[in-house]
Design a protein around this ligand. Structure first.
Ligand code: ADP
Ligand code: MN
Length: 250
């Protein structure tokens, strides 16, 4: 029996239905013992009732489709072994909410997962279109699935957009609300971390920092530059300095 079947049996033993078992590509580095335990906790609490196929395999995390009582979930699993430990530490250390986190790789990744949950909650409370965070345990974050029929909305870079000028202004509005109301800077804003369906949605907020982070303004400038770089191909963009001034100023 291969690793794949062994995993499926473990998960099914937890009482979760596995959808399309052959598309659930299980890899050793994702489903280690820690991850299985976290998954087990979430299943026990009935926060996950179906696990589906992979949506994305990124540098630090894998995202799977899932369901809770028929409602779509995105299950984001930070990999303990392959995550970029050093880079994460810099974002955590400057953030007062997490500056006391020290020590092991595992501990850092758990803190990172909690940080993304908390950032998404702040964004969501500020009324910014972003996935609603639902729960987290260890290195696993559960959030609202942004998509339809198990297919995620496309990233902005792959989306069909009618009016780029309008979408640009909408996103600037989100950045402003994130700054003023949620008191956060996204810090990895790009056409990859925005999903689009009728309107833009901000995702991927593990690295977002509070305004008191020593590099918050540098991250803000980088976000605006990124947006302008992307949108300048499609529409007029505002002057970077002007954007920052209005944002930070009044
Ligand atoms: P990474 O750190 O790997 O970049 P992201 O949070 O950006 O992780 O997620 C990677 C991809 O997974 C996204 O580009 C998107 O396609 C999909 N994804 C992430 N969160 C959701 C969600 N809540 N709903 C639907 N798809 C999602
Ligand atoms: Mn991303």
């Amino acid at each position: 029996e291969d690793e794949h079947e062994r995993f499926d049996r473990k998960i099914e033993a937890m009482g979760v239905r596995i959808k399309d078992a052959n598309t659930v590509k299980v890899r050793d580095d994702v489903f280690d013992e820690v991850t299985l335990l976290a998954l087990y906790k979430l299943v026990q609490k009935k926060l996950i009732t179906v696990i589906g196929g992979p949506i994305s395999t990124g540098k630090e995390a894998n995202v799977f489709y899932g369901e809770r009582d028929g409602r779509g979930l995105a299950i984001k699993i930070y990999r303990i072994q392959t995550a970029n430990f050093k880079a994460m530490n810099e974002y955590l250390a400057g953030d007062r909410r997490f500056s006391s986190v020290r020590g092991t790789r595992k501990g850092l990744i758990f803190a990172w997962t909690k940080k993304e949950f908390s950032n998404l909650a702040r964004a969501h409370e500020a009324g910014i279109p972003a996935p609603e965070p639902l729960a987290f345990d260890r290195n696993i974050l559960l959030m609202e699935f942004l998509g339809r029929d198990e297919v995620a909305y496309p990233q902005l870079r792959n989306a069909e957009v009618e009016d780029y000028g309008m979408v640009y202004r909408e996103i600037l509005g989100y950045v402003e609300r994130l700054y003023r109301e949620a008191r956060l800077v996204h810090a990895d804003l790009s056409e990859y971390n925005i999903l689009y369906h009728e309107k833009p949605y901000l995702i991927d907020m593990g690295q977002a920092v509070t305004l008191d982070h020593p590099r918050a303004s540098a991250f803000l400038i980088r976000d605006i530059k990124n947006l302008n770089r992307y949108f300048s191909r499609y529409c007029d963009v505002q002057d970077e300095q002007e954007i920052i001034k209005t944002l930070v100023g009044s």
